[in-house]
Design a protein around this ligand. Structure first.
Ligand SMILES: Cc1cc2nc3c(=O)[nH]c(=O)nc-3n(C[C@H](O)[C@H](O)[C@H](O)COP(=O)(O)OP(=O)(O)OC[C@H]3O[C@@H](n4cnc5c(N)ncnc54)[C@H](O)[C@@H]3O)c2cc1C
Length: 531
């Protein structure tokens, strides 16, 4: 951490947020000789949602973070920032449903055996039924998914987990959402694929061309993702060109009337002012809109953007690991927990004592709701109780616990989000070419680190070029940038870290909707919306 040396800083670029997007931008800008000041509202950690929290020597992620990207530029940058500390880890995850484990991706014979003859027959019968008599009036997520897979498979592999993640009944979620997320997922394809895998006939090389979710190995910094972002911060500071100012939240971002910015940030030690030619924001769009001066006209729409929040309860448990998986999806509705991480499976260095294990129970919630507001000790009790209910843990072995809350973990894609994002983007692009929104909540994009980084990398190119060379909204979920002419190119679904993976786990092999993009200089809002 760097202390702000003065009450007012003059830099080339002021950056909001020291997560992957903000630190990537800061690192590349200082490397190119620009001066930067990064404000981060967290007092301790850099890395944002990709940080690694430490508690009494135990290290854990905010949801395990795999490092995978189809973008060679992102992979190269990871290697540049952290050349010696990546380890290769085997991937293992399963679904837990009614006391049984289901491999992920599904293995047909194992799934049939676990479900039993009666339930397997019900699954096939309800699938054949919807094929013969589909619902013609599809309105909800439930309608759409049931139409695709039948009621029984929907209820086992989609309903419970989706409702835990998003906090609303599937019959109230829009069918569009399901269609967009689960499009192209074929039951027959999945069954054939599962059969092949069961027979050992489906051993594709790990060539980066499979759906990301299915990769068998992944790379991981030996001390967790925070290690990457701490290294990036250290390089920025060591360059002598950058400051990372912890514990300072954006107070106001005001135009200086000359095309530049006057940013104020509030911290425990008082107010800091940063004057800069460019401003980069990885803060949530909703937050940015209400902190701008003068307020954008689109503040009203930005204020309508929604988020799902998240908390992890880490339990320190005496003895060996409770299971070999990296994580397990919990489909049971009798518990609130959605997923359980096993941190030693990510890296042995996450656990300080070989005689202990550490698991992280993940709960999806809304800021301020019952779960979010519970006392930490009560959450540790709840997590212990739920592990016992699941039969995964003897409570007598629990030696300690810690809670980490993550606000705005998931930008919500509701019916209005695209129009709300477009309204703010169009207005700010037109009126403030030196303000750049990047990253996950900064662009309201439900994507991985590599996407957040790529948007920052291209923003830096734009700043260095002095003009908009790249339209960063054309970076797709795979952190690939498509020039004009690639329109209609299909982007495979990224490892969307929870619900989609879960749905993929159910039936494997997913494709997202085709991603049409617009060329630089062709950013007419209507064309974009039509795309
Ligand atoms: C459960 C879960 C699992 C995930 N798993 C993976 C995975 O396996 N692999 C992967 O690549 N990605 C994964 N992701 C996604 C990854 O965490 C994000 O894509 C990435 O962290 C986004 O980076 P960012 O910099 O855009 O945003 P963030 O990580 O949100 O960082 C933004 C930073 O800005 C700061 N900030 C916000 N507002 C202000 C303000 N007003 N003033 C000052 N500072 C501010 C925040 O404190 C934060 O540090 C996962 C996400 C979740 C929720």
């Amino acid at each position: 951490m760097t202390e702000a040396k003065a009450q007012t800083l003059n830099v080339d670029v002021a950056i909001i947020g020291a997560g992957p997007a903000g630190l990537t931008a800061g690192y590349l800008l200082t490397k190119a000789g620009k001066t930067v000041a990064i404000i981060e509202k967290d007092e301790t950690y850099v890395g944002g949602i990709s940080r690694t929290v430490e508690h009494e020597g135990y290290r854990f992620d905010i949801g395990g973070h795999r490092f995978f990207s189809k973008s060679q530029q992102v992979v190269d940058l990871w290697n540049e920032i952290l050349p010696d500390d990546f380890i290769e880890r085997p991937r293992m995850s399963r679904i837990y449903y009614e006391g049984k484990f289901y491999s992920y991706p599904l293995r047909a014979f194992e799934a049939l055996r676990n479900l039993g003859l009666w339930r397997s027959t019900q699954c096939m019968a309800s699938y054949l039924w919807v094929r013969a008599f589909p619902n013609r009036n599809v309105k909800s997520f439930e309608d759409w998914t049931t139409n695709q897979f039948g009621k029984k498979l929907y209820s086992i592999f989609f309903k419970t987990y989706t409702e835990k993640v998003w906090g609303m009944p599937c019959d109230e979620m829009s069918a569009d959402w399901a269609a967009q997320r689960i499009k192209g997922l074929s039951l027959m394809g999945a069954v054939v694929d599962g059969l092949k895998r069961s027979l050992g006939l489906n051993r594709k090389p790990n060539d980066g061309m499979q759906a990301k979710t299915l990769l068998e190995n992944f790379r991981y910094p030996r001390k967790g993702p925070g290690m990457m972002w701490e290294a990036a911060r250290d390089k920025i500071v060591a360059s002598g060109k950058g400051q990372v100012i912890m514990g300072h939240a954006l107070d106001q971002l005001a135009s200086d009337g000359r095309g530049g910015w006057r940013m104020t940030a509030k911290g425990k030690t008082g107010m800091l002012t940063i004057k800069a030619r460019h401003a980069i924001s990885s803060a949530p769009m909703r937050e940015l809109a209400k902190r701008m001066h003068p307020l954008p006209q689109s503040t009203f729409q930005a204020n309508d953007l929604k988020y799902r929040d998240f908390l992890t309860v880490a339990l320190m448990v005496e003895g060996e690991d409770l299971f070999p998986d990296n994580w397990i999806y919990i489909h049971d509705s009798k518990v609130k927990v959605g997923r359980v991480q096993n941190f030693r499976s990510w890296s042995p260095e996450m656990i300080p004592d070989p005689a202990m294990a550490c698991v992280g129970l993940e709960y999806f919630c809304f800021e301020g709701d019952g779960l979010w507001s519970m006392e930490d000790a009560d959450l540790v009790d709840l997590a212990t109780r739920e592990m016992q209910i699941l039969g995964l843990l003897d409570p007598a072995r629990v030696r300690g616990g810690a809670v980490v809350r993550q606000e705005k973990a998931y930008p919500v894609y509701d019916e209005d989000y695209a129009a709300n994002v477009a309204a703010m983007r169009d207005e700010l692009e037109a009126s403030h070419p030196t303000l750049h929104m990047v990253g996950r909540n900064g662009m309201h994009r439900y994507n991985n680190q590599d996407h957040a980084m790529m948007t920052a990398m291209l923003t830096v190119e734009n700043i260095l070029a002095g003009r908009r060379v790249y339209d960063i909204w054309c970076v797709n979920e795979d952190a690939e940038y498509h020039e004009a002419g690639d329109e209609g190119a299909e982007a495979s679904l990224p490892a969307r870290e929870s619900v989609s993976e879960d749905q993929a786990a159910a039936l494997n092999s997913m494709r997202d909707v085709p991603t049409r993009i617009v060329a630089d200089g062709d950013s007419d809002a209507d064309k974009r919306r039509a795309a």
